[in-house]
Design a protein around this ligand. Structure first.
Ligand code: TMP
Length: 213
């Protein structure tokens, strides 16, 4: 039986540059003999992708924060059951563009449900299932929003939230990193993509020494 893979999540506010960083990270892991499954949230399984459409399109006030958190966790449970867990069991490393820390940061801190509330929901739905490592890309709000504006078509519901929402979001991510240093690394993503990639790799080597060999 192959050894269980590691579960790595990438996190950050709007325009932090997560998606740009995934391909070079996959290539680097591949050079170390590691097969990866790249996935994303909300989404990552057929059912969860359907729920994603409900979440990322339409009016910013379309859902109450509680309803939104429940939709996210319905999608997350399906994603874990059908995509993440099978890949880990087969020995692949899973690289996930957003996971539960997005709910803590967006729904818990930025919408104000509270991080304890989100943690309690998480525990009911997924028990102690959390990533093995989380890389949080941190950028000043102004820079992130300017970057985000240049992509995304109609999937812009969250980018249209007001500025204070994005400030709370950034503070939320910084609090998450401070409270879970054994799992999370905060990375300064205001620099060029190569410098960010290099810090991401160094953080993973620090957590998984087998990558440095
Ligand atoms: P994306 O832009 O990274 O594809 O993510 C879509 C949006 O979903 C993004 O603005 C953040 C939001 N989101 C939450 O609010 N809570 C969550 O738990 C997740 C996974 C995403």
């Amino acid at each position: 039986m192959s050894q269980r893979g590691k579960f790595i999540s990438l996190e950050g506010g709007e325009g932090a540059g997560k998606s740009t960083q995934i391909a070079p990270l996959v290539a680097w892991l591949g050079e170390r003999g590691i097969s990866t499954k790249v996935t994303r949230e909300p989404g990552g399984s057929p059912g969860a992708e359907e729920i994603r459409t409900l979440l990322v399109t339409g009016d910013p006030s379309r859902w109450s924060p509680v309803t939104e958190a429940l939709l996210l966790y319905a999608a997350r449970r399906d994603h874990v059951d059908r995509t993440i867990e099978p890949a880990l069991a087969a020995g692949s490393w899973v690289l996930c563009d957003r996971f539960a820390d997005s709910s803590v940061a967006y729904q818990g801190f930025a919408y104000g449900l509270g991080d304890h509330w989100v943690h309690a929901l998480h525990e009911s739905v997924l028990g102690s299932f959390w990533p093995d490592a989380t890389l949080i890309l941190d950028v000043p709000v102004e820079l992130g929003l300017a970057r985000a504006k240049t992509r995304h078509g109609d999937e812009d519901r969250y980018e249209r939230m007001d500025r204070s929402f994005h400030e709370r979001l950034r503070e939320g991510y910084r609090a998450i990193a401070a409270h879970a240093p054994q799992r999370c690394t905060l990375i300064d993503a205001s620099r060029d993509a190569e410098a960010v990639q290099s810090d991401m790799r160094a953080a993973l080597v620090g957590r998984f020494p087998e990558l440095g060999r």
